[in-house]
Design a protein around this ligand. Structure first.
Ligand SMILES: [Zn+2]
Length: 351
């Protein structure tokens, strides 16, 4: 679809495709705002177009395309030059399989409409920029070994918001405050009696994994560290140490709520700004209690996402992707939730 043929109002807000860069397989992205000026009752809708400018068919991981329900942070948004944080969820999924990819034929484009204001706080008046940024391991195929990236230029939108220009976002203010001190303990939401029993065991498994990981980080680092976090570097080691101190502390001393209401196929998800509520989904219930991709490990993965603990991201899912990331990009491995999980599960065991 050619946006230059659309109404003039769209052209004002049109952001041109960036030139093909190394690492994007010739897939380019553009973001166009539906309207360049919005009022306080307007949804913030943009059109995202991905185009395969290469001469070969290309695959792209659907989770990062916005071609379905949006379940990742796919956009970089600023208001008056300041980053607007993503308020959506971070998940634990299995490693991607062939069915998780969208095929773009040579020269083909695909466009979707995306509503942004339920994932980003856009209620404050100001000049916004919106660009698409997909960065992930396995972005272009299951055997991809490095982190691929597709970025668009930025579209500009003026929003006359519900709140005056310069207001601090509620969500940000909340995130900046330390969570109110409350007694440690486990609470449940939407969990049956038998689910409550299972979750209680899983929390206990996660607590011992986190304590084990923390204890390991206090000793001599060997193959176990290198396998999941890459070469030993003092700065990175300190970061990982701090992560496991915080994760262990959260399991041992913070009030944790587990919500069993999710019916999706993933393992689990959390909102990083909302400690310590963990939503468990279908794959959680069939996972083993301990070991690789277990219930306990899933809880460690999710606990690592909270900004109050380690604030990790999901760069890659799955053991083989995580092991490759440790080699290709250790700085991302120490920010990857599954890497923390596999390090904690330590299956098969390494020293
Ligand atoms: Zn995750």
């Amino acid at each position: 679809m050619n946006w230059n043929q659309k109404a003039s109002v769209a052209i004002i807000a049109f952001a041109a495709c960036s030139a093909a860069q190394a690492g994007n397989r010739g897939i380019t992205a553009s973001v166009a705002a539906e309207k360049a000026t919005l009022g306080k009752a307007d949804n913030v809708t943009v059109r995202l177009t991905l185009t395969n400018t290469s001469a070969q068919p290309q695959l792209i991981l659907k989770w990062h395309t916005a071609f379905g329900e949006i379940e990742e942070s796919l956009f970089e948004i600023t208001r008056d030059g300041v980053k607007v944080p993503y308020l959506g969820a971070h998940y634990k999924r299995g490693a991607p399989t062939a069915g998780d990819y969208y095929l773009l034929q040579p020269g083909a484009s695909h466009t979707v409409k995306v509503e942004l204001s339920d994932m980003y706080d856009m209620s404050i008046t100001g000049q916004y920029t919106v660009s698409y940024s997909a960065r992930s391991g396995n972005l272009f195929g299951t055997s991809e070994r490095s982190v691929g990236e597709v970025k668009s230029g930025a579209a500009s939108i003026w929003i006359d918001g519900r709140l005056p220009r310069g207001t601090q976002s509620d969500a940000l203010a909340k995130a900046a405050q330390p969570p109110a001190p409350a007694a440690a303990g486990l609470a449940f939401n939407k969990c049956t009696t038998s689910q409550q029993a299972t979750v209680t065991q899983a929390i206990s498994a996660a607590t011992s994994m986190a304590s084990g990981a923390d204890a390991y980080m206090g000793g001599n680092l060997g193959a176990r560290y290198v396998k999941w976090f890459g070469s030993v570097d003092a700065g990175r080691v300190n970061t990982v140490k701090a992560h496991f101190v915080a994760i262990k502390d959260a399991f041992q001393t913070k009030p944790i709520t587990v919500d069993c209401g999710c019916k999706k196929t993933y393992y689990a998800y959390v909102y990083p700004t909302q400690p310590y509520t963990i939503y468990v989904c279908k794959a959680f219930w069939t996972a083993p209690l301990t070991g690789t991709d277990s219930k306990g490990g899933t809880l460690v993965h999710e606990m690592s996402h909270f900004n109050a603990t380690a604030g990790t991201d999901d760069w890659v899912y799955g053991q083989s992707g995580a092991a490759s990331l440790a080699i290709s990009d250790p700085a991302k491995a120490i920010d990857n939730a599954d890497s923390h999980e596999y390090f904690s599960e330590n299956t098969p065991g390494l020293n």
